[in-house]
Design a binder for this molecule. Structure first.
Ligand SMILES: [Zn+2]
Length: 113
């Protein structure tokens, strides 16, 4: 089994209104995203998928320079953002197996159903 990993970034603002701490205030993050794609067969070029195609697909989905509360149909936590990106990649018929969203340098969520 091969797992390809594509890293991208996006900038976005959000609030978590129910949060009792500072996350209820409007603020932004430079999110880092790692998407994993798996396959057990290689094509004639020796690839599971072309990295360029995967990067393009991930970039198209990311809610760059948006207000996440208006874009997502759920809470704007790293957990839900990872699930949201995963679902959209799956809908594009890509062999996605996991998505990690890093909200800060040290805090992220790996979504791997
Ligand atoms: Zn935040």
């Amino acid at each position: 089994m091969y797992t390809l990993i594509v890293k991208e970034t996006f900038e976005a603002a959000h609030t978590i209104p129910e949060h009792s701490g500072k996350c209820k205030n409007l603020h932004g993050h430079s999110y880092r995203v790692e998407a994993e794609f798996s396959g057990d067969e290689l094509d004639s070029m020796g690839m599971v998928k072309d990295f360029a195609d995967l990067k393009k697909a991930v970039r198209r989905i990311l809610p760059d320079h948006t207000y996440l509360n208006d874009v997502l149909d759920g809470p704007t936590t790293a957990e839900y953002i990872a699930q949201w990106i995963f679902t959209h990649l799956k809908q594009d018929d890509l062999p996605v197996t996991a998505v990690t969203v890093w909200e800060t340098e040290n805090c992220g969520c790996l979504y791997k159903p």
